[in-house]
Design a protein around this ligand. Structure first.
Ligand code: SAH
Length: 341
């Protein structure tokens, strides 16, 4: 699929197809503008037919808008699969939250994306397509890009789709492409230690975010099966190695679940585990998922938890929760649609 190609690769494609270089450039630009094949005006119809099977055919199937302005897009691929992407408006611009897989096989108990397991990986171009479609929806172009920030926090585990996600980062941050600064890209992972070490070697300027959600391995295993593979200690060590290699501050996500990970002891353990490490903790009250019996704390409780961490000199803030009325958390809306609910 042509959205998987870098500018250089598109030139090779043009060559293989016996097309002049400028045709490759035109196709590349059309893809960046999220144009459909029909909408391209500077390419003859015969050529369109020649590239039809390779040309991206993802589209926005539906948009759900929250009272707070957050929008959730349902994006479909030609094989019939759908994913969700979320658009959030902040003071400094637009952040898009992209999916990296259809479904997920990590099995976190509180996460709706993983309820039916992994369906398939998305290719780099399919991940990019979400950003391109939304940028176009916002009236943006390549030159006049509307999207400022990208978070890989939609459905899927980015490091479980490592090669495609790295390729996506290369594509979206390339000057020829959307040219999004790597500093404005966050990758969120449940903590695949071997892949964190691999990613460190890439020396990207992206922000690595770890979904920690627990302060003991025992509790973590109850809510996140990945904890059977890697201990919290191993994850923190990998984060420290990542920081050494890249100089990028690590972010931790800590979703507060009532009665599970919100105790005084949790504050103590979390602060002693992170003390002296250049990192930041994002506290998020759990978006309760009806299918599971896990309940989020109130925002007030989240603020208290965060304050206690601050008192212990740990940098922490409560993340704004957005789009709750449109099933804002990962995979919630897709599940509803699949079930016809
Ligand atoms: N697999 C990656 C990225 C996708 S999940 C990861 O684990 O980080 C993105 C973030 O949303 C993670 O921190 C995840 O733990 C969190 N999340 C999932 N379900 C949630 C829910 N119901 N309420 C609040 N946060 C949730």
């Amino acid at each position: 699929m042509l959205a998987d190609f870098s500018y250089e690769e598109m030139k090779i494609y043009a060559k293989v197809k016996n097309l002049p270089t400028f045709r490759g450039e035109q196709i590349f630009e059309a893809i960046l503008g999220a144009k459909t094949l029909e909408e391209i005006s500077n390419i003859p119809n015969a050529l369109k037919e020649q590239i039809r099977e390779d040309y991206p055919d993802y589209k926005i199937e539906g948009v759900f808008e929250s009272k707070d302005g957050t929008k959730k897009y349902i994006i479909s691929y030609p094989d019939g699969n759908i994913v969700e992407s979320v658009l959030m408006k902040y003071k400094y611009g637009y952040t898009v939250c992209l999916s990296t897989q259809v479904g997920c096989r990590m099995g976190c108990k509180f996460c709706a994306s993983t309820l039916n397991g992994l369906v398939r990986n998305l290719t780099a171009g399919e991940i990019l397509g979400q950003a391109l479609l939304i940028n176009r929806e916002l009236g943006g172009t390549k030159k006049n890009r509307m999207i400022t920030n990208i978070v890989l926090m939609g459905s899927g585990e980015p490091l479980d789709n490592y090669d495609n996600v790295c390729k996506f980062i290369d594509l979206v941050s390339s000057q020829r492409g959307l040219n999004v600064s790597q500093r404005n890209i966050s990758l969120s992972t449940c903590g695949l230690v071997d892949k964190i070490d691999l990613l460190a070697e890439k020396k990207y300027n992206i922000t690595l975010t770890i979904s920690l959600h627990s302060t003991t391995d025992e509790k973590r295993r109850e809510i996140m099966p990945i904890a059977n593979r890697y201990s919290i200690k191993e994850i923190i060590s990998a984060c420290k190695r990542y920081y050494e290699k890249t100089g990028r501050r690590i972010y931790f996500e800590y979703t507060l679940i009532k009665g599970v990970n919100d105790s005084e002891k949790d504050v103590e353990r979390l602060s002693s585990m992170l003390r002296g490490f250049n990192c930041h903790v994002n506290i998020i009250p759990l978006n309760s998922v009806k299918e599971r019996n896990l309940i989020g704390t109130t925002r007030l409780e989240a603020y208290k938890f965060s304050d206690k961490l601050n008192e212990k000199k740990i940098s922490a803030t409560v993340r704004r929760t957005m789009g709750e009325d449109i099933e804002g958390a990962c995979g919630q809306l897709r599940n509803k649609i699949l079930k016809g609910g």
